[in-house]
Design a protein around this ligand. Structure first.
Ligand code: E4P
Length: 226
C-alpha cells in the first residue's frame, strides 16, 4: 500500500519525506487556504520534495475553466496529479486530461457508482472519503470494499483506489486488508501508525537492562573472522 500525506504544510511534508515512507501528497482547497501560501508556488515546492504524485485541485466547477486550470497545474511538474470533483464536468475534464497523458485524481467520491464512472473516465486515482461517510452514520470502509471488488473484476480499469478522509489507523489497516492501493492521511495519522504502548514499554526495559551491562557497542572492536 502506498502512503500519501494529506496536507499542504511544507514543513510536515519535508519531515515525512525524510522518513522514506512517503509515496505522494494530496492537497485540497481547504488545506491550501489553511497553509496561506500562493498555490502554484506551493505545489511546485512540494513537487521538488516528493517524487511521487502530488494532487493539486482545480478551483473552478465548469468544464472550460476546470480544463484550463488542469492543463495549467499539469505544467508545474511531471508528478502533478490534477484533482477534479466527481461531477459530470469533472469527469469530462478527467477524460480529456487523461487522454493528454496527465494523471487525474477524481475526488469527493461517495458511492461505488461514482467510482465506476471515474475509472471509465481514465482517472489515475479515485478518492473515496471514508471519514466523511462515517460522520453521517454510513460505513466508509464498506465503500472501499465495494470499489476494490468492482475494479478487480475488470483488467481495463487501471484506476487506483486512494482512500481519503482517513481519520485513524483502523481506516488504514482495514483498507490495506481490502487491497486498496493508496491511503492518504493527515500527518498525525501517519505518525499514529507506528505507536504501541508495548513497544514503548519494551524499549524502556531494554534500554535500562542494557545500561546494567556497562557496555558500548561502538567501543568494542570487531572480531577478525576466517
Ligand atoms: C483527499 O484528497 C482529501 O483532501 C481529504 O482526505 C479530505 O479529508 P477530510 O474529510 O478529513 O477533510
Amino acid at each position: 500500500m502506498k502512503f500519501f500525506v494529506d496536507t499542504a504544510d511544507l514543513a510536515e511534508i519535508r519531515d515525512l519525506a525524510d522518513t522514506g515512507l512517503l509515496d505522494g501528497v494530496t492537497t485540497n482547497p481547504s488545506l491550501v487556504a489553511k497553509a496561506g501560501r500562493n498555490f502554484v508556488e506551493l505545489i511546485a515546492e512540494i513537487c521538488d520534495v516528493v517524487e511521487g504524485p502530488v494532487s493539486a485541485e482545480v478551483a473552478a466547477t465548469d468544464f472550460d475553466t476546470m480544463l484550463k486550470e488542469g492543463r495549467y497545474l499539469a505544467q508545474i511538474a511531471p508528478n502533478v496529479a490534477v484533482k477534479v470533483p466527481l461531477t459530470p464536468a469533472g469527469l469530462k475534464v478527467c477524460r480529456t486530461l487523461a487522454n493528454e497523458g496527465t494523471m487525474v485524481n477524481v475526488t469527493l467520491c461517495f458511492s461505488a457508482a461514482q467510482a465506476i464512472l471515474a475509472a471509465k473516465a481514465g482517472a489515475a486515482f479515485i478518492s473515496p472519503f471514508v471519514g466523511r461517510l462515517d460522520d453521517i452514520g454510513q460505513n466508509g470502509l464498506n465503500l472501499i470494499q465495494e470499489i476494490v471488488e468492482i475494479y478487480s473484476n475488470y483488467s481495463a480499469f487501471t484506476t487506483e483506489v486512494l482512500v481519503a478522509s482517513v481519520r485513524n489507523p483502523i481506516h488504514v489497516v482495514e483498507s490495506a486488508r481490502m487491497g486498496a492501493h493508496v491511503a492518504t492521511m493527515p500527518p498525525s495519522v501517519i505518525r499514529q501508525l507506528g505507536n504501541h504502548v508495548l513497544t514503548d514499554k519494551g524499549l524502556a526495559t531494554f534500554v535500562s537492562d542494557w545500561a546494567k551491562t556497562g557496555q558500548s557497542i561502538l567501543d568494542q572492536p570487531l572480531p577478525k573472522r576466517g
